[in-house]
Design a protein around this ligand. Structure first.
Ligand code: AVI
Length: 345
């Protein structure tokens, strides 16, 4: 959940008016880590078999633009499905949660949470958490212009362990992890995230989770193999990231995009498959990597949930669903959850 570099354009678009620090409508807590795990991740993931990489390395400037373009393809239904759900149920969600504070993990441009903010009557503190400060700042400027009763207390940094973050606690909180982001985490990572969050949740706090659902394989396969080839370009772009960051000599023409739904594991997997046997050098990681013809490098998992697996995931972290919002075709779920009382550990 961390980009190797935050490549987005730096734009100081919002200047806080001259006020005391306490009253400033936009404040930033910098929790970004100077250390980069790319070398470790590449050594661990490419130095073994089967080869894998964490999905976070997709998102350099090109990768972020490609992802935005994927979201607009006719095949990629999750973004527009979740957006419609949020638009339709924002008022009910805000009513049920009654938050004084909205914390959004991986907030990005904050377009989705804007539906929640629009449904709020009165004052609210919005806490976007993201690795990319310029993106937070641009979003904060937009939101503060639209919602005069808003204050933004941004946190710049990763959020794998939300319990370690300086989260405000001066009122009821609604925590949000939307955009099906949790699907890109393995089961154990997802549970770790949820447990860390649940430990910080009081009885009045709520958690809004957006997850993609198991559905016909053809629909899922199409969503990750769009006809325009944007998902293929997004997948292959990670090789450019590795070349740039580690002075590597990956050649994109040596690989093809492979994405499929594994019905047994209930996850879409994205891989890069070597078209022929060849060798790649990554001096920045002091690594030489051999690929056999047909060998794959797994670049992403995107887990899909059933109602039952979603309930199990929340229960494993000591949470329970209070309300479940889903469209008629059950392609996507927004779940409003609470911490189980008396749950320790
Ligand atoms: C960001 N994440 C939820 C997307 C997904 O569907 O897992 C990333 C993505 N990969 C290929 N297309 C979109």
């Amino acid at each position: 959940m961390r980009l190797p570099v935050c490549f987005r354009p730096v734009a100081r678009m919002y200047q806080s008016p001259k006020q005391t620090a306490e009253a400033a409508p936009y404040r930033v807590h910098d929790r970004s880590q100077p250390t980069d795990t790319l070398v470790e991740d590449v050594r661990a993931g490419l130095g073994t078999s089967p080869k894998r990489l964490p999905a976070k390395y997709f998102y350099d400037e090109t990768g972020s633009r490609l992802f935005e373009a994927i979201c607009a393809t006719p095949e990629y239904y999750p973004t527009r499905t979740e957006d419609a759900l949020l638009r339709m149920h924002a008022a009910e969600i805000m009513d049920l949660a009654g938050p004084a504070i909205l914390v959004e993990f991986g907030s990005g441009s904050a377009e989705k949470s804007e539906h929640l903010l629009a449904a709020q009557d009165g004052e609210l503190v919005y806490v976007p958490v993201d690795v990319c400060e310029p993106v937070i700042e641009i979003a904060a400027h937009r939101l503060l212009g639209r919602f005069p009763a808003l204050r933004v207390e941004a946190i710049v940094g990763e959020y794998e362990r939300p319990g370690d973050l300086p989260l405000p606690d001066s009122g009821a909180r609604l925590f949000a992890l939307i955009g099906s982001t949790i699907g890109n985490l393995a089961e154990a990572e997802a549970v770790d995230f949820l447990v860390s969050l649940r430990r910080r949740m009081g009885p009045a706090d709520r958690f809004l989770l957006g997850v993609d659902r198991v559905k016909p394989t053809a629909v899922l396969n199409a969503a990750y193999n769009d006809a325009a080839g944007l998902t293929a370009a997004f997948n292959l772009n990670v090789l450019d990231v590795l070349n740039r960051e580690l002075a590597g000599d990956f050649r994109k023409q040596e690989f093809e995009h492979l994405a499929f739904f594994d019905e047994h594991k209930e996850q879409v997997e994205m891989h890069l498959r070597a078209l022929r046997k060849h060798r790649v050098h990554l001096p920045g990681a002091e690594l030489v990597v051999d690929f056999d013809a047909g060998e794959t490098l797994r670049t992403e998992i995107s887990r899909k949930f059933t109602r039952a697996s979603l309930t199990r995931l929340l229960a494993a972290a000591g949470m329970r669903a209070l309300r479940h919002f889903t469209p008629e075709n059950e392609y996507f779920s927004l779940v409003l959850a609470a911490a189980e009382s008396g749950h320790n550990g």
